[in-house]
Design a protein around this ligand. Structure first.
Ligand SMILES: Cc1ncc(COP(=O)(O)O)c(C=O)c1O
Length: 543
């Protein structure tokens, strides 16, 4: 009994301490904090490696389902985290980590994040965010302006209007896409006569009222899987996301798209939305957005552009024309946590028409009252952090020309890497970079010569083996931990649309040098030699 009382008192005391007393500068946490704020990049270099430990081994450190009954000293817990978590994390900001869209962060992000976390504002309502609400509205305005380039009067009218919003800030591209299609669905199946709208009566009654046979979303076969999640959640069904074939440049085939629209219309199947992709996840290509906008207009459907990854290209005056037509979209998704160098948790969807969000507006008695400026009345998420502050700060600190420099250099680096691959005898470039993303594979010169004969059967066997070799090299390289490229499987038109396993690289990290890229190819050549089965077999076939 006395022991229980002692534990309770100690718990009470330490609880009070962690809310009131900062950790001493010479404690583990204090030292860690200092080191991180003085030199973020150095800290990560010193402390984080791509661990060689298997995930199943790491899992053994995280198997206890019991919530501790005794408090722990912060310093002790920090040691535990450094050992079990930090040391086993992935060094996503490493210049040789070029496999994914997650890249290095500017040094000012860490102290600003601390400020954001410390203030702990909740953007769902003005009462818990005050200045953060107008700030977020300004960020949405800046991004709206980046896409739609309206005049200043437009932004003066709508940016801070209680009944309107230029977009929705959210946690990422997935939620942004869901929000865009949610608006599209509710606008299409809006209240009409006795029918009170899909939002209130549901999809079944909406379909009956409007007399549609079905509802579909059209996107290229390179569309991101979040669109299927959206269709699932919105009651449209994953199978009603119809994939339209792409051309040899991985862009949607507009003839096929228009044909499909005509076909569907003849079957009384309503196209809810046509989705253009501005920077596909796997190849980085951009759909012909202007032509798609025209088809969407003819089809009288919502035109959404998923520019989660490529949207930041609009910050570059040089490459902005690649996204021609985006300004005709009804909605646009952009992830600030991809090419805008903001940490994870910063996505947004922008609406051309500031009144669009009224289609998804929700009110409650104690907050989000009608006429309030609460942002939560038209966001999918409820409580949200003040991430918009990091976008706001980045736009000010880096500025548009700064972003232009980052974007242009990334694209030019990808072009350099493509050239390096092309000039190398033993590599085959699979998709050319349009933005800073490309795919390629290891294919020794004699194998490439054999592939060039275009013998379908022989190429099938070669591609199968080359796929196994690519997988082998990619896994070994990841395990080795010095560098990382990702891999994917894509249809390649020069092989009759056959699905081929390829390396995929994203060159967004400004610290990735040409030397690092040369080293990565060199490493891959060496790793290929370690393959005991695939490489010898391939070379034998090519003899
Ligand atoms: C084109 C595209 N759309 C949507 C998403 C989803 O974004 P998030 O992972 O931020 O939810 C991604 C992510 O890679 C993407 O590349």
């Amino acid at each position: 009994m006395r022991a229980t009382k002692r534990i309770a008192e100690a718990t009470q005391e330490s609880l009070h301490r962690i809310f009131t007393i900062a950790e001493a500068p010479d404690s583990t946490l204090g030292r860690l904090e200092q080191e991180m704020s003085q030199n973020l990049v150095g800290f990560l270099n010193n402390h984080i490696v791509a661990s060689k430990n298997a995930l199943t081994d790491i899992e053994q450190d995280f198997v206890n389902p019991h919530i501790p009954e005794q408090p722990e000293f912060v310093s002790d817990h920090m040691h535990h985290l450094l050992d079990k978590l930090v040391a086993q994390s992935v060094h996503t900001s490493s210049p040789s980590f070029i496999g994914h869209m997650t890249s290095a962060l500017p040094s000012f992000i860490l102290p600003l994040s601390k400020l954001m976390v410390g203030l702990n504002q909740n953007l769902v309502k003005v009462e818990t965010s005050k200045a953060f609400t107008p700030l977020e509205r300004q960020v949405l305005g800046m991004m709206h302006n980046l896409v739609y380039q309206q005049d200043d009067d437009f932004y003066k009218s709508w940016m801070h209007s209680a009944q309107h919003s230029l977009g929705s800030f959210c946690s990422g591209g997935t939620v942004a896409n869901i929000t865009a299609l949610w608006v599209a669905r509710n606008k299409l199946l809006q209240a009409d006569g006795d029918f009170r709208g899909v939002a209130r009566e549901g999809l079944h009654r909406a379909m009956k009222h409007y007399g549609y046979q079905d509802l579909v979303i059209l996107v290229s076969e390179r569309g991101h899987y979040s669109l299927k999640k959206s269709a699932d959640i919105l009651g449209i069904g994953q199978e009603n996301v119809i994939a339209i074939a792409t051309d040899k440049y991985n862009k949607i085939d507009c003839q096929k798209l228009a044909e499909k629209c005509r076909q569907l219309s003849a079957q009384n199947i309503k196209v809810l939305a046509i989705v253009g992709v501005a920077g596909t996840t796997e190849t980085g290509n951009i759909d012909p957005l202007d032509k798609m906008a025209e088809i969407a207009q003819q089809t009288q459907c919502h035109f959404h552009v998923d520019a989660a990854w490529g949207g930041a290209t609009l910050l570059s005056n040089k490459y902005r024309p690649l996204l021609k037509g985006i300004e005709q979209a009804d909605s646009v998704t952009i992830d600030a946590h991809k090419q805008m160098y903001v940490p994870m948790g910063a996505g947004l969807v922008i609406f051309k028409d500031p009144a669009s969000v009224s289609a998804i507006e929700h009110h409650a008695e104690y907050i989000l009252r009608k006429g309030s400026k609460d942002l939560g009345s038209h966001t999918l998420e409820g409580s949200r952090p003040g991430m918009a502050m990091l976008v706001y700060a980045s736009l000010h600190i880096i500025s548009r020309p700064g972003y232009e420099m980052l974007i242009n250099q990334a694209i030019e680096k990808a072009e350099y890497f493509a050239e390096l691959i092309n000039q190398h005898d033993d590599f085959e470039l699979i998709t050319r970079p349009e933005l800073c993303l490309l795919t390629y594979r290891y294919a020794p010169k004699p194998v490439q010569a054999l592939l060039a004969r275009n013998d379908d059967d022989a190429n099938k066997s070669l591609n199968l083996l080359l796929g196994k070799l690519t997988k082998f090299i990619q896994k070994r390289q990841r395990e080795d931990g010095r560098s990382f490229v990702s891999r994917t499987r894509i249809e390649v038109s020069r092989y009759g649309g056959e699905k081929v396993i390829v390396f995929r690289v994203v060159l967004a990290n400004p610290l990735t040098t040409k030397e690092i890229l040369q080293d990565i190819l060199e490493q891959q050549c060496q790793l290929a030699q370690e393959s005991e089965n695939f490489l010898p077999e391939l070379l034998k076939m090519a003899e």
